[in-house]
Write a new protein. Structure first.
Length: 211
């Protein structure tokens, strides 16, 4: 039996009705994984090296699963959030945790790209979800092309593996175990128990009740 996790209210699927149409494009991937091969093997109680390549791939897959299910980036990476237009109020970003906004680039009707002066906006990295608002006297550009004229370059993710909350680290390792056991024909009942534990661990980080 598979347990499904509701996406956070600020994740891709949940924010469609509260933002102009948007996309998320990964610019730079994480330089490493929050869980090392050694740590994962200890969790799996594997001592030989036969499955090292498999387990390394499962770590990445598990990290991406946790990121998808929570809407959180576990390790530092750079993404572009694209919008079809500026909202009336603050821009609520569908990515977190947010370290910084590098730039906001807009493209006009003639296809000319311009970097918006940082004096026009302020960034709230502490809120969840993070947001961008106009400064006093700041303005959003007009006369932009119809599709994806706005690209917000963001640095997201916890600063390093040590900063990732412990429940998410455990959830990631459980997800590695789920994938590994499935590859090794694990029993359905045991896999269902692992799925339920995984869902419980990440549930507190999905923030679904804060809509």
């Amino acid at each position: 039996m598979t347990s499904f996790v509701e996406p956070p209210f600020w994740s891709v699927s949940a924010r469609r009705s509260r933002l102009p149409h948007f996309g998320i494009v990964q610019v730079t991937k994480p330089a490493g994984e929050p869980v090392s091969l050694t740590l994962a093997k200890n969790w799996l109680r594997q001592t030989d090296t036969v499955d090292d390549t498999l387990i390394a791939g499962l770590i990445q897959a598990a990290r991406m699963t946790v990121e998808h299910d929570t809407g959180l980036s576990l390790m530092p990476q750079t993404v572009d959030v694209t919008l079809d237009g500026f909202p009336w109020d603050d821009i609520v970003l569908p990515v977190a945790p947010l370290a910084s906004v590098t730039s906001i680039t807009t493209t006009d009707l003639d296809g000319t790209a311009s970097v918006l002066a940082a004096s026009n906006y302020q960034v709230d990295t502490a809120s969840m979800p993070p947001r961008i608002g106009r400064t006093n006297g700041g303005v959003w550009p007009s006369g932009l092309r119809y599709m994806a004229p706005i690209a917000i370059r963001c640095v997201v993710g916890y600063v390093d593996a040590a900063a990732v909350p412990t429940p998410l680290m455990i959830a990631l390792q459980i997800q590695v175990q789920i994938l590994y056991d499935a590859a090794r024909s694990g029993e359905a009942a045991a896999l269902a128990t692992l799925q339920a534990t995984y869902a419980a661990l990440i549930g507190q980080y999905c923030l679904g009740g804060m809509a």
